[in-house]
Design a protein around this ligand. Sequence first.
Ligand SMILES: *Cc1c(COP(=O)(O)O)cnc(C)c1O
Length: 486
Amino acid sequence: MAYDKLIFERSSEGRVGYSLPESPVADYDIDASLTREADPELPEVSEFDVIRHYTNLSFKNHGIETGFYPLGSCTMKYNPKINQELSSNEAFTAVHPLQPAESVQGLLKIYYETQRMLSEVSGMDTYSLNPYAGAHGELVGLLIIKAYHESKGDHKRTKIIVPDSAHGTNPASAKVAGFDVVEVASNCEGDTCDGTVNIESLKDVLDDEVAGIMLTNPNTLGMFEKDILKVAELVHEAGGLLYYDGANLNPIMGVARPGDMGFDITHINLHKTFSTPHGGGGPGSGPVGVTKELKPFLPAPIVRKAGDFYLVDEASELSIGRISQFFGNMNVVVKAYAYMLSTGRDYLPEIAKLSTLNANYVRESLKDTYELPVDEICKHEFVFDGLKNPPEGVRAIDVAKRLLDFGMHPPTVYFPLLYKESMMVEPVENESKQTLDEFIKTMRTIAKEAEEDSDTLKNAPYTTPVRRLDEAQAARKPRVKFKDLL
Ligand SMILES: *Cc1c(COP(=O)(O)O)cnc(C)c1O
């Protein structure tokens, strides 16, 4: 494998990359049991070497700031730098979470107004900004559902309904919250299913043991749940609650609201829709909003306004309790606040519409080459089922890996599980027509390669720091030491 010189190979004995002032603190006797026996093995390099080392490492990664990133379900949108800068301001980073409310009125105002704005965007009564991510929000929402039924002395509701197209976190969260998961089938024509809830199947699974249903709308196939009002009516009639997985809020924000569709609880992934960079596992934020009736069950703290004063409410008696340290990921909340204010009420729907337009443009442009099971207008994303005419042995993963050689991140592959060769494409609103055209052209080039020289695909990628990895092992047992890779 070709490699840049390791930082250890650049090391030269006695070279230093820093000059620190004399320490004003006197030497201190540390118990020998707590000290090292030998100096750590560290490279001895100049500051310049260190900068190059880390800069070069950063170039080995693909990010939204290096290239197109149509990773479905993830909303890899542009995160304006101004939001990052604002949230890094000392006014936020130097605050202590136990400071008295009168000394942090500005920050509490941001919390309060973010709670209000998210409520308005989603049609909920109140939000708790505490959960750390979408999946965490799901768990919180499910615990609220449980607490709600139990508060009414209804202890037999042990089931949560989840559609067959659901994101894996939905059934997982339901399990963690102690529910049994019941799958509801989606609408199909022949073998092709579009992920929207089949009303007859829903009726079949609804009974007095159902605590609620978890849905995302638009769903993971980018399809808007057209029967949502009917779904809400049926679930409510059966005594259940509706949970909205807000990971797909981007294409409907400012246009349609889960609260108006009949949802009782929502989470919103601030790190998807509201401009926090993500992809490396955090930090995120998954605020949970509820209807007025469910407000007492929310986890504390929640910021309230009394006159001109912002104060922090602790948990009510019915609350599910605390679910995070202090106020959740404050920094992410500040970014979402800045994003909403700078975007403005009037422009939020434009974002939704542009993300929808971009997805449909790509979908229409490639459906002659890639298999499109659901050939309908989509929202922000859609799913191909691999190549239209795949040569023997060529799979979605081969197309995905080959895209890397063209400097583009692949779509999400093999999810949702409805199709064998799922490729979930979400171009997001920020990409120009030129970038989308380049993607379309590249996808066509790859399809042609598949026909003419499928080995090129099967051995891709060629230009990345590491070649094709064992995907499962790379995630479970990452080999991150250089020596492991040789
Ligand atoms: C991303 C996603 C989740 C999980 O959200 P995290 O913030 O990653 O925990 C849940 N549902 C859907 C549809 C998603 O796309």
